[in-house]
Design a protein around this ligand. Structure first.
Ligand SMILES: NC(=O)c1ccc[n+]([C@@H]2O[C@H](COP(=O)([O-])OP(=O)(O)OC[C@H]3O[C@@H](n4cnc5c(N)ncnc54)[C@H](O)[C@@H]3O)[C@@H](O)[C@H]2O)c1
Ligand SMILES: NC(=O)c1ccc[n+]([C@@H]2O[C@H](COP(=O)([O-])OP(=O)(O)OC[C@H]3O[C@@H](n4cnc5c(N)ncnc54)[C@H](O)[C@@H]3O)[C@@H](O)[C@H]2O)c1
Lengths: 210, 210
């Protein structure tokens, strides 16, 4: 099985190959582990270990086939499946996520949006009609949904989490700052955009203190 | 100097300590490198190396002082400075970022919002008035701004990037899917929320194929 660090590395390889390698070479893009390692400031041996873990065989002195690496990452991480999700909190951030087309190639299919604000019910974002919370359980059951996305204010996040778990949701993508308590069999990924500020702030500090 | 990987690790320690350790122990929270390593699936030796790099001295058989680690990370990454930023594209995502209070403790100060949609000019998000693009250069010069945040559609991102760089911006936080070309002295962080889907999709795949 893959741990959190390995999954993050695979995502970085995926993104790096899509951006750097496949776009540049039209026919058969080949890349070496040292190219990927250098690009992501990793050890060469870590890249080779990761490739072996997902079943990519490199050719000695030649390297890896970029398209094969992308395919194997997509298979290992499950991007070839299609997993439906519900999104709670159709506000600014929730609306931006519902409208973003970049998620489709990763298998995510946001099938329904919910909100507590009566003024939003019936409005549409990119073809999704915002539904009242009474519809939450029936929609989860009807579509066999495993994933719940939370883009609600902190103070409502825990009660909505409890409600989602009771309805059968086992995986949560939480954007609210709330610290959620859930049973051990539930997987939560907290998304904190402030993580990006580490690099930005460090670089600005260097500009201000050369 | 710290490379991208090291900065990401420091951010994970920071978040982990804030969430797991400081909240739980009221008086003097102490943690060991193996506690942090286990929590983040890293090697013990990597944690100790990182602590040494930011000047945190651990006490043999006791561990690190959690408050000291947080302070040293804040200093190393520059969160103690206050850096102003402009945000272009006051739409759904831009509005959510402008309204988010979680960025303040990291030194980010979004001082001005800009948009091309005349209907949005003069509206306010969390106290920020949306300004027309004509005001961009004067605001950047007046406030000595180094950071530009892009939450605009892909097709406008490159021309706005060129305009920001010409006005003296050296650091960019790009949320648009566009691939931006910039001179070597410009630092860009592309934010791709799909990175989070790696873990979510992998976990759902495990649920569907036990
Ligand atoms: N993780 C990050 O880095 C980050 C960045 C920006 C915003 N956020 C967080 O994302 C969340 C949303 O931010 P936003 O700017 O979109 O706010 P917003 O106010 O625009 O949207 C919140 C939505 O949730 C709805 N809502 C409130 N209570 C509800 C309930 N009980 N059930 C269903 N819907 C409910 C509101 O009606 C509103 O539409 C906030 O918690 C914010 O702190 C996180
Ligand atoms: N990185 C990610 O994971 C992620 C997630 C969601 C959205 N996005 C991206 O973020 C961007 C914004 O998404 P959104 O949902 O907020 O869209 P939106 O349409 O709500 O907001 C875009 C804003 O940009 C403004 N704009 C358009 N052209 C402009 C110009 N030349 N100058 C200044 N402002 C201009 C529009 O008037 C609008 O207010 C898009 O590029 C989207 O693809 C990225």
């Amino acid at each position: 099985p893959l741990n959190r660090q390995a999954i993050e590395r695979l995502m970085h390889y995926y993104y790096c190959i899509q951006e750097e390698f496949i776009n540049l070479n039209s026919d058969c893009p080949v890349l070496s582990s040292s190219q990927l390692a250098k690009h992501l400031a990793l050890d060469d041996s870590q890249v080779r270990k990761d490739m072996a873990a997902i079943g990519v065989k490199g050719h000695r002195h030649v390297g890896f086939d970029a398209n094969e690496v992308v395919d194997k990452i997509r298979q290992s991480l499950g991007f070839t499946q299609n997993y439906p999700a519900v999104l709670l909190g159709a506000g600014r951030l929730g609306g931006a996520l519902a409208a973003y087309e970049g998620f489709n190639t990763f298998g995510l299919d946001i099938v329904a949006l919910f909100d507590a604000d009566q003024r939003k019910i019936g409005l549409s974002i990119s073809g999704h009609i915002i539904q009242p919370l009474e519809q939450l359980e029936p929609v989860i059951k009807r579509n066999h949904i495993h994933l719940g996305i939370l883009t609600v204010p902190s103070e409502t996040a825990q009660e909505l989490t409890d409600r989602l778990i009771k309805a059968g949701i086992q995986v949560l993508w939480n954007f609210s700052p709330a610290r959620l308590s859930v049973p051990d069999n539930i997987f939560i990924r907290h998304e904190h955009l402030f993580v990006g500020l580490g690099q930005l702030s460090y670089y600005i500090k260097k500009i201000n203190n050369p």
